[in-house]
Design a protein around this ligand. Structure first.
Ligand code: PMP
Length: 282
């Protein structure tokens, strides 16, 4: 694992954070995770733009111009190697005596990079299980904030239920999952929640939407009711930087059969991979 803190690459990721660092005390900051494949940062420009938007949303000044952050991220990935690499980077409002209002402090970049987990086609065909949980998060889930306590609790509930992901339901509708976006498939029609304030507009989600449109399938960018998602979808999957598209094999107690070889889901998966590797803007 490669580590970076404040202004340099460091030997160890332990014992570097001041006790009064605002990421640590308040979760006062934002983050991104980027997957590199063969040296290419998948959607790197989009991740950096989202970082800038998150920073503006919480009135956080970035410690460096975006181009400099890009260079550090690329350098970290290349130090790990040329295979699949995940780079996690966060910006906090910095180190200052604890007091809620904004401090007079320098924002701090912290980063780690390590080999990314990849999944076999066989694993993907088998899929993973999901449960639904109430979405008790705040109104600005579009900001990629360090505050992830509800997500942590939801994911833990999934693990304890023998599942992999927890799908949030707000006012009777599916928003997204604890660490991914959610899609449903019914016939040849894909469904996913619109990118409004209550979900994070995933970069993988955007590549998947581009692939769906590219292949001529219908996308309904509208919220699925929990009843529709739990009982009627023929297939469902979650999307994220580290998993790309992962089919669900169950939702609560309902089993979802593996999508057949000619399912639009696999066509979209393949097209999404091509698009995301091509560097096309989403
Ligand atoms: N929603 C949430 C809550 C997430 O944590 C993530 C992954 N960080 C996503 C969606 C997927 O976003 P992306 O495809 O950009 O990784």
């Amino acid at each position: 694992t490669v580590y970076y803190y404040r202004d340099r690459f460091i030997e160890s990721g332990r014992e570097v954070v001041p006790v009064e660092e605002r990421a640590f005390n308040y979760g006062d900051g934002i983050y991104e995770v980027v997957r590199f494949e063969a040296g290419h940062g998948v959607g790197l420009t989009e991740h950096l733009e989202r970082l800038r938007n998150s920073a503006e949303a919480i009135r956080l000044r970035l410690p460096h111009p975006l181009e400099k952050i890009r260079e550090i991220v690329v350098e970290a990935a290349s130090r790990v190697g040329a295979g699949a690499v995940d780079v996690y980077f966060q910006i906090s409002r910095g180190e200052a005596p604890r007091s809620h209002a904004f401090p007079d402090a320098e924002p701090v970049l912290a980063l780690f990079a390590r080999p990314g987990k990849t999944y076999t086609d066989e694993f993907r065909r088998a899929g993973v299980g999901a449960i639904t949980v109430p979405d008790e998060r705040w109104a600005n889930c579009w900001i990629k904030s360090l505050n992830l306590l509800p997500n942590v609790l939801a994911k833990q509930a999934a693990v304890e239920a023998g599942a992999y992901e927890a799908v949030f339901v707000r006012d009777g509708f599916v928003t997204e999952a604890s660490a991914s976006n959610v899609f449903g498939l019914h016939g040849d029609v894909f469904y996913t929640a619109p990118a409004e304030r209550e979900i994070l507009n995933g970069i993988t989600r955007r590549f998947v939407i581009a692939a769906i449109r590219d292949l001529g399938y219908t996308l309904k960018e509208e919220r699925m009711s929990a009843a529709f998602f739990e009982q009627e979808v023929e297939a469902a999957f979650v999307t994220s930087t580290t998993m790309d598209m992962m089919p669900l094999n169950s939702v609560n107690r309902r089993k979802l059969p593996p999508p057949p070889a000619d399912s639009p889901l696999w066509a979209v998966l393949n097209r999404m991979r091509e698009l995301s590797r091509s560097g096309v803007a989403v």
